[in-house]
Design a protein around this ligand. Structure first.
Ligand SMILES: [Zn+2]
Length: 287
């Protein structure tokens, strides 16, 4: 994937190294000293840490870390730039304004500003309340080790575009719609939203590709491998006290694959194409 020539998005927050790291440990040590109770100290650190983090600016804001991590920051900005312009175009066609999400890079844990404090084990996720996408780069390092080198780039781009897809759903009202289905279909209703997000990720890269031609041979296959690998339960790991918007069923890997490639093939963002996922006659597991 030739991502380097894109326009960098200004909506990327670099919070790497600020998570539960040193500040969390200091808060925990102080709390332990004061309470003498390790469990209570951890409870306090989990809640106070993110607040302190917000108040203390990072040492080199926007600079990230040296070496391989700078590529991560650069990559994230460019990928968000591509998704921003693709969706701004689609929304403009329909006379709407696209409100860009912010991507937050973090390590260990992060305050999602509306969806609780998340440990990195939950995987990439989108918080509708803050309209932010959260990614711990260690998730991407895992993908890289599995996919070997540059072929992992489009897989990462797919994952980011899936989360950005949740922002599109948020803006178009599908997030609210799924609540109605939840009463009838329980947690499986979430599959509708997840598969639509995969479809939207495909649509997004179709639109980018039409303009810039950046996808290389092998890229789509690697993203498909990723879609398979992260189907079902990869993003479902949960932690206590944390409402994870990605905690529901994502559908089977076959379903994810089907809809991502369909979006990639057609680039169709018309209402009819998007409403398919909310057809009451088709149960979520049959989509
Ligand atoms: Zn999702």
């Amino acid at each position: 994937m030739k991502w380097e020539d894109g326009d960098a998005s200004g909506n990327v927050e670099d919070r790497r190294g600020m998570g539960g790291g040193i500040i969390g440990l200091i808060v925990m040590a102080v709390a332990f000293y004061m309470t003498g109770d390790l469990r209570q100290a951890k409870f306090i650190a989990d809640r106070v840490g993110p607040v302190v983090n917000k108040a203390v600016p990072p040492r080199n804001p926007g600079q990230g870390k040296a070496g391989v991590n700078d590529r991560m920051l650069d990559f994230s900005k460019k990928i968000m730039g591509y998704t921003d312009s693709a969706w701004a175009d689609v929304f403009a066609i329909h006379g709407k304004r696209y409100e860009k999400p912010t991507l937050v890079l973090f390590t260990d844990r992060v305050d999602s500003e509306g969806c609780g404090v998340a440990p990195s084990s939950v995987g990439p996720f989108y918080c509708p309340a803050s309209r932010k996408v959260f990614v711990d780069p260690s998730f991407f390092e895992e993908l890289e080790s599995r996919l070997k080198g540059s072929k992992a780039d489009f897989s990462k781009a797919y994952v980011i575009a899936h989360e950005v897809g949740h922002n599109v759903q948020n803006l178009l009202g599908y997030n609210k719609l799924v609540e109605q289905y939840r009463r009838r279909e329980g947690e499986n209703a979430g599959i509708r939203l997840e598969l639509q997000a995969d479809y939207l990720a495909g649509v997004c890269w179709n639109r980018v590709e039409r303009e810039r031609s950046i996808i290389e041979p092998g890229d789509v296959e690697s993203a498909i491998t990723t879609a398979k690998a992260i189907g079902d339960d990869r993003l479902q790991k949960n932690a206590r006290g944390w409402v994870n918007p990605e905690s529901f069923n994502h559908g089977t890997s076959e379903q994810r694959l089907k809809w991502f490639t369909e979006g990639l093939r057609t680039g169709d963002a018309e209402k009819k194409a998007l409403d398919r996922f909310f057809n009451p006659n088709i149960p979520p597991l049959k989509l």
